[in-house]
Design a protein around this ligand. Structure first.
Ligand code: BV8
Ligand code: ZN
Length: 231
């Protein structure tokens, strides 16, 4: 069995990382991600955008994966033993899937613990604060290695190739509000895949799913994984 799993901010909510919409979004008291996660905001006020990502990076380093991340890693290992595979595409920029043990993770919106040079494009690990004078070896300015609104998501060819060979599409903790990620379920349906949604509440494209399970990801995901592994 080849699974295509799409995760969003809801899978990391119980690890204390902010969500952008729905219950728990109040975490963003000081910053509006819709305003700050843009190249225009970075050009206009790079120090403020660095503050936004520095605060999230510090929070992430102090956070831990939750039972949903652990269950998805267990699913990948369990299916691999039977010759199956999981492709985990995440909209999240945290590393909690990797820390929980997932090995095949595609970060289509980039990674908070990496920085990218605006001049030469080199991507480097980044666990400390960035500032407007943070420089690459080539002297170019460093920015978060994150896909902002209006920028092109990463690994799209790889993502569509994984969709092509999948038998089952599962979305965990995503509101279905951000494209092109929110359009993947429609691509999956067009290929005849069964589609399952695990979320706190119905997402904006809930109608596209055959199987819908609602509740905290840390409770729903482990029981769903157990069902899959027992099949
Ligand atoms: C692009 C990185 C062209 C930054 C992010 C009009 C129509 C259609 C599209 C557009 C449009 N106008 C503009 C666009 C394009 C735009 C877009 O979709 N805008 C939206 C707002 C309308 N998209 C883009 O600009 C993208 N680029 O389109 O380029 C292109 C297209 C195709 C091919 C090539 C080129 C780039 C978008 C990337 C933006 N960057 N993140 C950062 O993190 O700071 S997106 C940002 O939103 C995060 O990544 C977040 O993950 C993501 C998506 O949101 P979700 O993950 O779903 O999170 P959200 O908070 O929304 O929902 C959380 C869900 O969890 C909720 O449902 C909640 O109920 C649930 N939940 C909460 N707690 C729990 C839970 N579930 C389970 N358990 C819990 N405990
Ligand atoms: Zn450089």
């Amino acid at each position: 069995m080849n699974l295509f799993i799409l995760t969003g901010a809801g899978v990391s909510a119980e690890s204390g990382l902010g969500v952008f919409r729905g219950p728990g979004a109040a975490l963003w008291k000081r910053y509006d991600p819709m305003q700050l996660a843009t190249p225009q905001a970075f050009a206009r006020d790079p120090a403020l955008v660095h503050d936004f990502y520095n605060a999230r990076r510090r929070n992430l380093i102090g956070a831990s994966p939750n039972a949903a991340h652990v269950a998805l890693a267990r699913l990948e290992a369990g299916l691999a033993q039977r010759g199956g595979a999981v492709t985990l595409v995440t909209q999240n920029i945290d590393d909690l899937h990797e820390r929980a043990g997932s090995r095949r993770v595609i970060h289509m919106h980039g990674e908070l613990l990496k920085a990218r040079c605006g001049s030469c494009g080199m991507v480097v690990d980044c666990r400390n604060d960035l500032a407007i004078d943070s420089r690459c070896g080539c002297a170019g300015a460093l920015r978060p290695h994150v896909v902002w609104f209006g920028e092109t998501p990463l690994y799209m060819d790889q993502i569509y190739a994984a969709l092509d060979v999948a038998d089952l599409f599962v979305a965990v903790g995503t509101s279905g509000a951000v494209y092109p990620a929110a359009g993947f379920v429609r691509e999956a349906r067009a290929k005849g895949l069964r589609c399952c949604e695990i979320n706190l509440e119905p997402s904006e494209n809930a109608a596209e799913f055959d199987d819908r399970r609602y509740g905290p990801a840390s409770e729903i995901t482990p029981s769903w994984v157990q069902e899959i592994l027992e099949q």
